[in-house]
Design a protein around this ligand. Structure first.
Ligand SMILES: [Zn+2]
Length: 308
């Protein structure tokens, strides 16, 4: 992780406004993060949303995801054969395909599915093998991963939602453990919602703030920490109708919340109601130990690795 920290040296940290309601006022809940790269966790004084602030500016984060996130953060420098080396990826894909089917979200023959933040593409590859009758597409900002997946499978992969073919609409758009990574989650949901067909559904899955209990839950990659309430509020602000928002325990991932949303037919809802559990979230985050031992354990392991 030393190189992860070094890659942010000399980059300015900036205070963010609340990504959910836009409020500037915030209270600091916890100083420090898992990798000691200077990120703090704060809570919006108006709506109670928990997010990283101060944090690095959006352009620094965008560059991090394009070039360095997979290699420095996930130990995935090479996309080739990744699902064979990291077998949890296959297990996760099998679970989600089964789960999306049981939720009635997989479209019928000839239907269209877009996976946003598709990474190495295990979900798309597995879905393609199981349901060759579906038309699939992906969005992935990490350049090498997007190129490799597109070349190997023929599935069209765009670097961002804006770069998809004009007018492309989907029966199902999935964001599995993606929303917590982005600087402006409401904007991403709005972009994803704009890609839904009239009967389409958006499936969003994020780590559950109610289970955050350790410094390992707070790191550079996760800019937002959603509760069931704030995930629903983000979807509503993005102009979508929340069908359901439920806590669940997917395999190979932390306890999570999933939400199903559809295009909203009524008017715009711009008011964010405060999270009724905001105080409980604050107490839990404040009680997290800063995690010094983890840091030193990692440093010592890194030093030992170099001596071999
Ligand atoms: Zn707010």
């Amino acid at each position: 992780m030393q190189s992860l920290r070094r890659s942010f040296d000399n980059q300015p940290l900036v205070q963010r406004s609340c990504p959910l309601c836009g409020e500037r006022a915030q209270r600091l809940l916890l100083r420090g993060d898992r990798d000691f790269i200077g990120i703090n966790t704060s809570q919006c004084s108006a709506c109670g949303f928990v997010f990283s602030s101060p944090h690095y500016p959006p352009e620094v984060i965008a560059e991090f995801y394009r070039e360095r996130y997979r290699s420095l953060f996930k130990g995935q420098s090479d996309p080739r054969g990744l699902a064979l080396r990291q077998t949890y990826l296959g297990e996760r894909a099998e679970f989600y395909i089964e789960f999306l089917g049981s939720e009635g979200l997989l479209p019928g023959s000839g239907g269209t599915v877009l996976d946003v933040g598709c990474g190495e593409g295990t979900l798309l590859r597995t879905l393609h093998a199981r349901r060759p009758d579906l038309r699939l597409a992906g969005v992935e900002p990490t350049v090498a991963f997007a190129r490799h997946l597109a070349e190997e499978t023929g599935i069209p992969i765009a670097p961002g939602l804006d770069e998809l073919r004009d007018g492309a609409r989907f029966d199902l758009v999935t964001l599995v453990h993606v929303l917590e990574h982005v600087h402006d989650p409401v904007a991403l949901l709005r972009q994803a919602g704009a890609r839904l067909g009239p009967e389409g559904h958006l499936y969003v899955d994020v780590p559950d703030l109610a289970w955050h209990s350790s410094i390992t839950d707070l790191h550079i990659a996760h800019c937002s920490h959603f509760s069931r309430h704030t995930l629903s509020a983000a979807l509503t602000r993005a102009g979508l109708e929340v069908v359901r928002a439920v806590q669940h325990r997917p395999p190979t991932l932390p306890p999570s919340i999933y939400a199903v949303a559809a295009p909203r037919r009524g008017g715009i809802v711009d008011v964010v109601q405060a999270d009724p559990e905001r105080d409980a979230h604050a107490v839990r985050i404040r009680s997290i130990e800063p995690g010094e031992p983890n840091f030193w354990a990692r440093e010592i392991r890194a030093q030992l690795g170099r001596l071999k």
